[in-house]
Design a protein around this ligand. Structure first.
Ligand SMILES: [Zn+2]
Length: 300
């Protein structure tokens, strides 16, 4: 068993009750809901409820959480992106008249997946922007690039000052695995700048129990910039021939693997040690994150 650093108190978030979910009021009719592992939000309007995503880790608890707040029906479901860990319980919300809104690239992924638990959206848009007006509530959907998966949305509620950016980062923690499985690392770096251009006070980022602030986005940006600086320096420092000296000449694939492992190990040494005190999960995901960033620096 690998030893991990204890989870720092600041990264833990609230305790989840025995019910398995926790609803948090975010203001202006908006609520956050979390299972502890996944987090999303919903907005109560005059006539109904607009829900973002339907993660299986919440499952029925999402419906119970909404009912705890309001008897109004769920009228709209917005897909942040196509991944099953965020929308794989959408079938539980389907009813006559439910509008499912997504980017057309998200609809394409869902079509390919042929997954009955992820019903196809019935209102899609292409391009970069769509603005919804639901009972007078403004919801702005923006697609700025494939920072996580093609079709992923920034969902901005300007009145409530909430930005929902599912799988963009983890509040008070290092990004999961390879920059949260980013489809395109340069777009991931751009996404942090783009997020900070919105007018918001709360960010809903999709995983673990905490909601964040613009400062948390800034911290993640600083962290990934340190990953990139360390990876860039390590790529310069690690000598390919030296690194692969023990690998047989005719095994080029093994050489690549051993070389990149050496780059990542060197980059890890170059990362400021203070991150262990500033973010949870740094020790868990550091080498995966560095691997993603180092390859990106090398090939993008
Ligand atoms: Zn995802």
């Amino acid at each position: 068993m690998v030893e991990f650093a204890p989870v720092p108190d600041f990264a833990r978030g609230p305790k989840i009750p025995d019910s398995g979910y926790l609803v948090t009021e975010l203001g202006g009719g908006a609520y956050g809901i979390t299972s502890g592992l996944v987090t999303t939000m919903f907005l109560v309007t005059k006539k109904g409820v607009v829900v973002v995503d339907a993660p299986p880790d919440l499952g029925e608890k999402l419906l119970i959480g909404v009912e705890e707040v309001t008897p109004k029906p769920i009228t709209h479901l917005i897909y942040s992106h196509a991944h099953a860990d965020h929308i794989g319980s959408a079938h539980l919300l389907t009813r006559d008249g439910l509008k499912i809104v997504a980017h057309e690239l998200t609809a394409q992924f869902i079509k390919e997946a042929q997954d009955d638990n992820r019903p196809l959206p019935n209102e899609t848009f292409g391009g970069a922007r769509s603005e919804l007006s639901i009972d007078g509530e403004r919801i702005i959907l923006e697609y700025t690039g494939d920072w996580h998966q093609a079709g992923n949305l920034f969902i901005h509620l300007p009145e409530q000052k909430i930005l929902t950016a599912i799988d963009s980062f983890t509040v008070k923690n290092a990004p999961f695995f390879r920059l949260a499985f980013s489809a395109h690392v340069p777009a991931y770096f751009d996404a942090m700048d783009q997020m900070l251009e919105y007018d918001f006070e709360t960010v809903v980022s999709g995983h673990m129990a905490l909601f964040g602030t613009p400062e948390d986005v800034q911290t993640n940006r600083e962290y990934i910039r340190d990953l990139r600086a360390s990876a860039t320096e390590a790529l310069r420092m690690v000598d390919l021939r030296e690194a692969v000296a023990a690998v047989p000449d005719d095994n080029r694939q093994a050489q690549l693997k051993v070389w990149m492992d050496a780059v990542v190990a060197r980059a890890a040494e170059l990362m400021p040690a203070s991150w262990g005190k500033r973010l949870g999960g740094n020790d868990i995901f550091l080498t995966d994150n560095l691997n993603a960033v180092a390859w990106s620096v090398f090939i993008d």
